[in-house]
Design a protein around this ligand. Structure first.
Ligand code: ADP
Ligand code: MG
Ligand code: MG
Length: 889
């Protein structure tokens, strides 16, 4: 295999092999743009090296051949004493990755060739400046010398000379500095700075390979879920010099504003400098627009190139460039990062410019970005006092009083206070406090820390790893740099989208995107901003493209109406258990405790009209759209009092010799119904089969409600869904009874109700026997929450807080299977059940109603396996619509 590609041989589609930087350098070269010649060592070579500990045998020769070619083109050899060719060695993985080895510039300089460079350039200062940079970068990144030692020596030189910026150091000063730097290398690395240019280059290449497994790089990959086995490419690029005097310089630019998407001149420029100075902030840069007055010719050329790049990549690009004595060179470009809002704006702008079509526009935005735009945020006009910054772990804007332990968080929130839970890091003991808090702030841990994982699961704002904040849980305070101390009870504000932490209350404003979905802001209206306009258009693109329909999980009319505003095309899951709580609880208690048929029937008789009213309201809210009603699912004890509380009450009453008859019976029932493992106990269809009349009452309520809506000229489209079926027999039994009830209601009201009866597929057995089950089911709805629990044998309520962090850190999975569907396991069951179901009953309607229905990656999977719809909470509907559109384009 070929291990080295000249810049003229690659292209932008070879990112896997050449890394992002290498692929794009090749692309620019082939576009005829001024790129200094060079070559790229492939990720493949890196992988061999990382696996075996040795560079592939052929690598040295291939590098030599490419170096020869480079030297021939330049007319000089690497490090040639009288006129040296110099190169940079640059890392470049497929994804840009902080923590990897930085670039080493000026490779090829030595005690001898530095003189040659000085003569050729006619500038001694420049040559020595370049040499000291080489030793500094090489010492730090290749030989592992503490970079501060070089910085300190540089500062000392400046102090000795009483100057503040390094450009004021003269050749003689820099020469001395080089001697100093070499001493540092010798002392720290235990070897001399290598004088052989090829050795310099080879060591740097190896250092880039090794940096793939640096601690920071590994951590970053874990957090960003980048596979560990990709490896990095290495770019060797002839040097061009921005530090050759005032007619030289270096800069960065964007083809449009990465914050707003607006076209214009965005970037920074630094005169008489090499690339790393811009990032290091050593001297103040000037806005790119000023380059026009500094060097009009280069400026115009740069503008022209940026246009070429935008038209070519059809997207926002960011750029690194250098000007060497009036000659412009391109050193890097890539499709640039942007804010979520800018992603939407840029996508529509590019459509308007005719650069991309609607399908492509959908690929330029993500559901995650849309979700981010839907969180309330801090008012950016507000005066704020930032006291720290951590990792943006779970988005949102949270304000509350600082508390430092879970107990206080719960206590204060019970008394109506909003609190922010602050911990060094969280653990499962903090769970109650996390639930009670508005937001969570930790000073330790990254995106897979306990706090981050649990907060994301709960949809709670979280900033983690704010390391400059010192958390003292004993003294109940937090110290920020600059002497700020936050005591328990002081108000702070945390921004889970930026990671910023503020002292005091920052006003929160609703998201304009939510205002738009809610219908309180209209695209096209004067007050709608560009963002809303862009979201409106992208959603229209998505709706036109998508095949999957999107329904809502909603239990009442209010949620249903909101879901409709958000674009729901029906209800995929109406949970009836919520209708059994509140003041109806007593009726349910009586139903469960009933000793005689008569007692039970009486409770059911009283529940019927209440249930029916719920459904009438719901069908009205969703008029004309399907509403899937799930019959009662949870374990019965959820409707009964807490066993401990009740035992205490009964014991106290007995001590007073005044036992309450009802409490005693209740306690017996609670004991009888108590289950070790309620999620696997008496629930779902099992309840319906064990408690006579329960399901038929619910079916009757649905049927009568539908008939009533019909009579009122409505268009109810109810579907009845049986939960937790494991075998077709269960379904058949419930079905027979239900059919009979429906027939009765049809007869009594004279309406043909067309009620479909289907089932959830949420047990492995149901999935495995889906072909049989489909004989009795008119539709399937995959309950992927329970299916995930039962396929993995995970109790969701327990595992997320206990060992999931460890699993994520160990890389057992990259994301919780409750967040994104586990395609290989749970997903495989969904796929085969869908196929088996449709084999039995062609046209069987298939949906999904677990949390996964609103998860971007899962939506793509459900599209691919051919489901008809996904159902998710109202708030996630726009995300599901967008992702369904993306999946189809
Ligand atoms: P990073 O990925 O950190 O941006 P780069 O490889 O792009 O690292 O290089 C760091 C800096 O050095 C950039 O400003 C880049 O423009 C500059 N640079 C890299 N190679 C050369 C070169 N051959 N000539 C001049 N400057 C270079
Ligand atoms: Mg760069
Ligand atoms: Mg379930």
């Amino acid at each position: 295999v070929k291990l080295v590609y000249d810049f003229t041989e690659g292209n932008k589609d070879l990112k896997d092999l050449l890394g992002g930087k290498g692929a794009n350098l090749a692309e620019m070269t082939n576009l005829g743009l001024p790129v200094p010649p060079g070559f790229t060592i492939t990720t493949e070579a890196c992988r061999v090296y990382l696996d075996s500990g040795e560079e592939p045998a052929a690598l040295r020769d291939e590098v030599s051949a490419h170096l020869d070619a480079l030297e021939a083109k330049a007319g000089k050899r690497l490090g040639q004493a009288d006129d040296p060719l110099l190169v940079s060695v640059r890392s470049g993985a497929k994804f840009s990755m902080p923590g990897m080895m930085d670039t080493v510039l000026n490779i090829g300089l030595s005690d001898r060739s530095v003189q040659g460079l000085a003569e050729q350039a006619g500038d001694e200062r420049f040559a020595w400046d370049s040499y000291r940079r080489l030793i500094q970068m090489f010492g730090k990144t290749v030989l592992g010398v503490d970079g501060d030692l070089f910085e300190d020596a540089l500062d000392q030189a400046k102090r000795a000379k009483k100057v503040t910026v390094d450009t004021e150091l003269e050749a003689a000063d820099l020469k001395k500095l080089v001697t100093k730097f070499k001493k540092i290398v010798k002392a720290e690395a235990g070897r001399d700075f290598p004088q052989d240019p090829r050795e310099q280059m080879d060591l740097a290449i190896k250092a880039v390979f090794d940096s793939w497994n640096g601690e920071r790089a590994k951590l970053y990959r874990r957090q960003e879920r980048i596979p560990h086995d990709l490896g990095t490419a290495v770019n060797v690029c002839s040097m061009v010099f921005g530090n050759l005097g005032p007619d030289s310089g270096t800069g960065v630019a964007f083809t449009r504003d990465p914050a707003s998407g607006h076209q214009g001149v965005y970037g920074d420029y630094l005169q008489n400098a090499q690339g790393e100075d811009v990032v290091a902030g050593i001297r103040n840069t000037v806005p790119l627009a000023e380059l026009e007055s500094i060097d009009k010719k280069s400026y115009d050329r740069l503008m022209q190139i940026m246009e070429t790049l935008e038209n070519h990549y059809k997207d926002l690009c960011d750029i690194e460039f250098t000007i060497e004595r009036g000659q412009l060179w391109m050193l890097q470009t890539r499709v640039g990062k942007r804010t979520a809002g800018a992603a939407f704006r840029i996508a529509t702008q590019l459509v308007d410019q005719g650069l991309i079509d609607e399908a492509e526009a959908l690929q330029r935005v993500t559901g995650a970005q849309l979700a981010q735009l839907m969180f309330p945020r801090f008012d950016d006009q507000a005066k704020v006092r930032q006291i720290g910054r951590g990792i943006a772990a779970s988005p949102g804007a949270a304000v509350g009083k600082a508390v430092f332990d879970s107990y206080t968080a719960v206590k204060w929130s019970r008394s109506g206070e909003k609190v922010i839970l602050i911990r060094r890091e969280t653990n499962p003991d903090d769970l109650d406090g996390m639930i009670a808090a508005e937001g969570i702030l930790t000073s330790r841990g990254g995106k897979t820390s306990h706090a981050a994982v649990v907060a994301r699961g709960m949809g709670k704002t979280c900033v983690c790893g704010a390391e400059e904040l010192e958390v003292d849980t004993k003294r109940r305070c937090l110290s920020a740099p600059g002497g700020v101390v936050v005591e328990e009870g002081d108000v702070i504000s945390i921004d889970g989208s930026t990671g910023k932490v503020y002292l005091g209350e920052v006003p929160v404003v609703p998201s304009p995107v939510v205002e738009y979905f809610e219908g309180r802001m209209h695209a096209g209206a004067d007050d709608a901003d560009e963002l809303v306009e862009a979201v409106h258009r992208i959603m229209a693109f998505a709706d036109r493209k998508r095949r999957l329909r999107v329904r809502a999980n909603a239990d009442n009319a209010e949620d249903a109406l909101r879901a409709r505003r958000f674009g729901a095309q029906g209800i995929g899951l109406c949970r009836t258990e919520h209708m059994f709580l509140g003041d109806r609880r007593e009726l349910v208690e009586r139903l469960i405790l009933a000793d005689t048929d008569a007692e039970r029937e009486e409770s059911l008789r009283q529940l019927l009209p209440l249930q029916k009213r719920d459904f009438v309201e719901l069908f009205e809210a969703m008029d004309g759209l399907p509403v899937t009603v799930r019959l009662l699912d949870p374990p019965l004890h959820e409707f009964l009092p807490d066993i401990t509380e009740l035992s205490v009450r009964v014991a106290l009453a007995e001590a007073r010799k005044d036992p309450h008859e009802n409490d005693l019976r209740l306690l017996q029932a609670v004991h009888r119904l108590h289950e070790q493992n309620p999620m696997l106990g008496l629930r779902g269809v099992r309840l319906g089969l064990v408690i006579p009349g329960l399901f038929t009452m619910q079916v009757r309520a649905i049927a009568e409600a539908a008939a009533e809506r019909r009579a009122a000229k409505g268009d109810p489209r109810a579907e009845i869904m049986i939960p937790l079926v494991g075998t077709v027999q269960e379904l058949e039994l419930v079905r027979d009874e239900a059919d009979q009830v429906i027939a009765e209601v049809q007869e009594a009201t004279g309406t043909d109700l067309k009620l479909a009866i289907g089932t959830m597929i949420e047990l492995p057995r149901a999935a495995l026997t889906a072909g049989q089950i489909a004989e009795a089911a008119e539709f399937f709805s995959f309950g992927t929450n329970d299916l995930t629990q039962t396929v993995w044998g995970f109790s969701r309520d327990d595992v997320e807080a206990s060992f999931f962090t460890a699993y994520l850190e160990k890389g057992i999975f990259g994301v919780s299977p409750f967040e994104t569907i586990d395609k290989d396991g749970v997903g495989a069951l969904v796929r085969s059940a869908a196929e088996a179901g449709r084999a039995t009953r062609p046209g069987l309607k298939l949906g999904v109603c677990g949390e996964h229905g609103g998860d971007p990656e899962s939506v793509h999977f459900f599209h691919e396996v051919g489901l008809d719809y996904v159902s998710c909470s109202p708030f996630r509907i726009p995300v599901a619509r967008l992702e369904a559109g993306r999946a189809a384009s």
